[in-house]
Design a protein around this ligand. Structure first.
Ligand code: FES
Ligand code: FE2
Length: 471
C-alpha cells in the first residue's frame, strides 16, 4: 500500500482502495508459465468419459482450447480445437471410424494429429509431410479421460495409487465439478482445515430462522465432529512434493482419539479421507475422494476425480452412487455450484467461499493468522516445486504392474489413547497424530502386499499411549 496512512482508522476504506497484484507464479497455468509447465509434466483428467458421445466435446484446459472425442474405433483423441487448415473449430467435426473430420473442407485427423485425408488436395500433396495437427496423448480410466500435455519425451507413466485398489472391491465413480475461480483457491482450501468448524457449522453460518438441518450439505460437519477444534499440524511429505494436515480430536468417550490425515501431492492432486461419521469410530479407513484441481484457465477450474465406494470408508453405506457424476456429488453439499444466489447467501458452502475470494485471490491482500499456517506452507512448497528446487521423490516414481503401488498417507483412524487427568490433552492428541503420521510413512518401506497388515499392527502398538519413539 503506497498511500501514507495510519495503522488503524475507522471508516478507513479510502486508504485501502489500491489492490495489489495477484501471484502469477502460482496461479497462471497457460502455455509457457512456470506453474503451467509443472502441471503439464503430469497426467491430468480433462473430462468425464460420459461426456464423449457421438459428437466432439469442446474443452479448455490450462488456457488451451481443445476438442476431445472418442472415435468409432473406441480410441480417445484430445486435439487442439482449431483446424490446421483454416481454423474452424473441430467441435463441429464429424467423428470417423478413425479420427475426426473437420466440417469445413473435410480434413481428417488421427488421434495423434496425423493428417489422414484432405479431400480437396491431390493424393501426393506435400502437406501430408509438412503439417501435423496438435494432439495430446489421452486414455480413459474408470470413467475419466486423462491427457498428457507436456513435452512428449518426458511423458510419465500414469501414477497408480494403492487406494485405487483397496480395500478389495473398491469402486471408483467419476465426477466433475466446475468453479469460476482460480485452481489454487480450491486446492489450498483443503489445507485450510479449520474452516470446517465455521463455514460448515450450521450453528454459525446460517441466517437466523433457517432450519440448518434442511439445507443440503450443512448437515455433515457437526455429526463428523468437525466443529471441534483439533490438535493440528501440517507436515511436508515426499521430500516437499506434497504435504498433509494431521488433525486429532478427542472422542466423547474420553478414551479414544480420532486422527485424520489428508495429503495433497503437488502440483494439483489430492486424496480426501472419510466424510461420514464413521471416520471417528472406525479403526481405519482411507480415501473417499481422489481429485485433481484442473485449471480451465486462470479464472476457472474443474475438480475432476473419483469418489471411492467401499465398506471401509463407508461401513454404514450412507453414500449414494446415483448422486455422483457430472456436477454432482453425494456429500459435502455446497461444493457444487448448483444452488441459487440467494440459497448461497443464506447457507454458503465451499463454492461460495472460494469463488468469493475473487476470480484470482490476491495473496498480498490477506492478513493470515496462526490457523493459516497450512495454506502458507502449501504455497511455499508449491513455489519451490515450480522453481525446480524440489527434486522428484522416489515415492513418486512409478511402481508399475507387478511391483509396489504408490502409497497414500490420507487416512482416518481411531486410537485407544485415554485422556490423562491433569495433562494437556491437546498436546497428547498432537503426539498421537504425529505417531500415526510416522507409522504411515514407515509403511513406505514395506511391500504393498504387506503394508496394510504392518500399519494395523503398528496402530495396535500405539493403543494405550504414544510410542517410545514419540518421546
Ligand atoms: S478449416 Fe478444417 S478442413 Fe478447412
Ligand atoms: Fe469446506
Amino acid at each position: 500500500m503506497s498511500k501514507d496512512r495510519p495503522v488503524h482508522i475507522p471508516y478507513g476504506a479510502y486508504y485501502k482502495t489500491e489492490i495489489p497484484a495477484h501471484d502469477p507464479e502460482l496461479t497462471h497455468t497457460g502455455p509457457g508459465t512456470p506453474m503451467g509447465e509443472l502441471m503439464r509434466k503430469h497426467w491430468q483428467p480433462v473430462c468425464m468419459s460420459e461426456q464423449l458421445t457421438d459428437v466432439p466435446l469442446a474443452i479448455r484446459i490450462m488456457s488451451e482450447d481443445l476438442v476431445a472425442f472418442r472415435d468409432r474405433s473406441g480410441r480417445v483423441g484430445v486435439l487442439q480445437r482449431h483446424c490446421s487448415h483454416r481454423g474452424t473449430s473441430l467441435e463441429y467435426g464429424i467423428i470417423q471410424p478413425k479420427g475426426i473430420r473437420c466440417c469445413y473442407h473435410g480434413w481428417v485427423y488421427d488421434i495423434d494429429g496425423t493428417i489422414l485425408e484432405m479431400p480437396a488436395e491431390p493424393e501426393d500433396s506435400r502437406i501430408y509431410e509438412t503439417v501435423y495437427h496438435g494432439a495430446y496423448p489421452a486414455f480413459e480410466r474408470d470413467g475419466l479421460v486423462f491427457a498428457y500435455m507436456g513435452p512428449p519425451e518426458e511423458k510419465p507413466e500414469f501414477p497408480d495409487y494403492d487406494t485405487y485398489h483397496r480395500p478389495d472391491g473398491n469402486k471408483l465413480l467419476p465426477m466433475s465439478i466446475f468453479s469460476p475461480c482460480n485452481w489454487l483457491q480450491v486446492c489450498e482450501n483443503i489445507m485450510d482445515h479449520l474452516h470446517v468448524g465455521t463455514l460448515h457449522n450450521p450453528q454459525m453460518m446460517t441466517v437466523e430462522g433457517v432450519n440448518a438441518s434442511e439445507i443440503e450439505g450443512m448437515d455433515y460437519a457437526a455429526p463428523m465432529g468437525f466443529t471441534e477444534r483439533p490438535a493440528l499440524d501440517w507436515e511436508p511429505t515426499r521430500g516437499g512434493n506434497g504435504m498433509c494436515f494431521i488433525a486429532s480430536r478427542r472422542n466423547p468417550d474420553q478414551r479414544t482419539v480420532w486422527v485424520r490425515i489428508v495429503e495433497t501431492i503437488f502440483p494439483n492432486y489430492l486424496q480426501i479421507g472419510c466424510t461420514f461419521p464413521s471416520a471417528r469410530t472406525s479403526r481405519r479407513s482411507q480415501t473417499v475422494w481422489t481429485r485433481w484441481h484442473v485449471p480451465v484457465d486462470d479464472e476457472n477450474m474443474l475438480v475432476l476425480g473419483w469418489r471411492h465406494f467401499n465398506d471401509e470408508v463407508d461401513p454404514l453405506r450412507l453414500g449414494k452412487e446415483e448422486e455422483v457424476g457430472y456436477e454432482k456429488l453425494d456429500f459435502l453439499g455446497g461444493v457444487v455450484g448448483n444452488r441459487t444466489y440467494e440459497e448461497g447467501q443464506r447457507a454458503p458452502g465451499d463454492y461460495e467461499a472460494l469463488i468469493g475470494q475473487r476470480a484470482i485471490a490476491i495473496h498480498d491482500y490477506e492478513n493470515p493468522g496462526s490457523a493459516d499456517a497450512g495454506v502458507y506452507m502449501c504455497r511455499k512448497l508449491l513455489r519451490e516445486c515450480v522453481r525446480g528446487n524440489t527434486p522428484p521423490h522416489e515415492s513418486l516414481e512409478i511402481n508399475g504392474s507387478g511391483r509396489n503401488r504408490l502409497h497414500t498417507y490420507t487416512q482416518d483412524s481411531v486410537m485407544n489413547v485415554p485422556s490423562e487427568p491433569g495433562k494437556d490433552d491437546l498436546e497428547l492428541m498432537r503426539r498421537v497424530g504425529q505417531q500415526v503420521f510416522v507409522i504411515m510413512q514407515e509403511g513406505d518401506d514395506v511391500p504393498s502386499a504387506n503394508r496394510e497388515e504392518h500399519i494395523r499392527a503398528r496402530f495396535d502398538d500405539l493403543d494405550g499411549g504414544y510410542l517410545e519413539a514419540a518421546e
